[in-house]
Design a protein around this ligand. Structure first.
Ligand code: BTN
Length: 319
């Protein structure tokens, strides 16, 4: 109800809305309206109250709270159940626990800050407070476990579309899951699974987006960037999150009804890895060759100088 109130005030763009109109719209008492207003104030919203005029919104904090995300969210289930935390070790950890406890599909865990953010291949993921989107989305697809990597590719397409819709920036994908802007990494995706050998219980899609950072630690400043740095202006994180949730739900429904093929085509349209010479650094060593494409399972096909095709399941790619 609080997010509906928030949306109503946001829609009026700073105009007053009477307490009577709000209580009728929400179907609650004037006292309940006042309590919701107080809660929004505690969360950092500046709301003006004037006798006989009602309430109006004067300032919205750039937060990623449940209210902010849900105000204007146009999905049926993606991001409808939001678990918002200020500071956590990793949203993946929380999502794993919630998935085991049986939360609904589409549950979104989001934090302002991660103190132990996890990247791929056991790396750390830098997640400073209030600047990025650090989120984990819980899915429960009825697909065999070996198809789960396809959801990583689906996530990359959903995030790219959400970014373009919100910022007009055009990102590229580096296989399997790095999203780049002007050659630098702006998004990382980490897919984890709870499964038996023949059945998936949950897939946890962890997405880290560098949104409003203006600087990075020395170790990554050459390879990382943010949407703000590339666009030259602050980005509203909640708006971006809503766009991503909407794109995600559309693509996920398409995937469940028509399979991976349409997603694969969209993914390939954004991929910089395919059709060029690359070096794939795997745990068994580096292989140099021509990236021919990806399989139906999202595996990279690399042809070496002897004409032999290697299936690459996991690697870092250099050009
Ligand atoms: C990568 O190495 O590129 C993947 C990075 C994934 C980071 C995200 S941030 C939200 C979620 N929680 C984590 O601890 N990691 C993922």
């Amino acid at each position: 109800m609080r997010s509906e109130l928030l949306q109503m005030l946001i829609d009026r763009q700073g105009e007053f809305v009477s307490g009577e109109a709000i209580s009728q719209y929400l179907g609650c008492s004037r006292t309940a309206v006042w309590k919701h207003i107080e809660e929004l104030r505690k969360a950092g919203y500046k709301l003006e109250a004037a006798p006989r005029k009602g309430y109006r919104i004067v300032h919205q904090p750039n937060l990623l709270t449940e209210n902010e995300i849900k105000a204007g969210l146009k999905t049926n289930y993606m991001g409808k159940n939001v678990i918002y935390e200020t500071s956590v070790t990793s949203t993946q950890e929380i999502a794993h626990r919630l998935a085991r406890e049986g939360v609904p599909e589409g549950t979104l865990v989001v934090a302002e800050e991660q103190l132990g953010g996890k990247g791929r291949l056991g790396r750390a993921w830098h997640s400073p407070i209030g600047t990025g989107i650090w989120m984990s989305l819980i899915l429960k697809p009825k697909i065999p476990p070996q198809q789960a990597p396809q959801l990583t590719l689906l996530a990359a397409v959903a995030v790219i579309r959400g970014i373009t819709e919100t910022t007009e920036l055009q990102c590229e994908i580096k296989w399997p899951n790095d999203i780049l802007l002007n050659g630098k990494k702006v998004v990382g995706i980490l897919t984890e699974m709870q499964a038996d050998p023949d059945q998936i219980h949950s897939v946890i899609i962890g997405i880290g987006i560098n949104v409003n950072q203006t600087s990075f630690p020395k170790e990554i400043q050459e390879i990382a960037t943010s949407l703000k740095l590339e666009k030259g202006q602050e980005i509203n994180r909640a708006h971006l999150m809503r766009s991503i949730m909407a794109e995600f739900e559309k693509l996920y429904e398409l995937f469940l009804s028509d399979g991976f093929y349409p997603i694969k085509q969209m993914w390939e349209a954004h991929a910089v890895t395919i059709g060029r010479r690359i070096i794939a650094r795997t745990i068994n060593g580096a292989i140099e060759g021509f990236a021919k494409g990806i399989t139906e399972d999202g595996i990279l096909l690399l042809e070496d100088s002897h004409g032999r095709t290697h299936k690459i399941y996991s690697a870092d790619i250099d050009f």
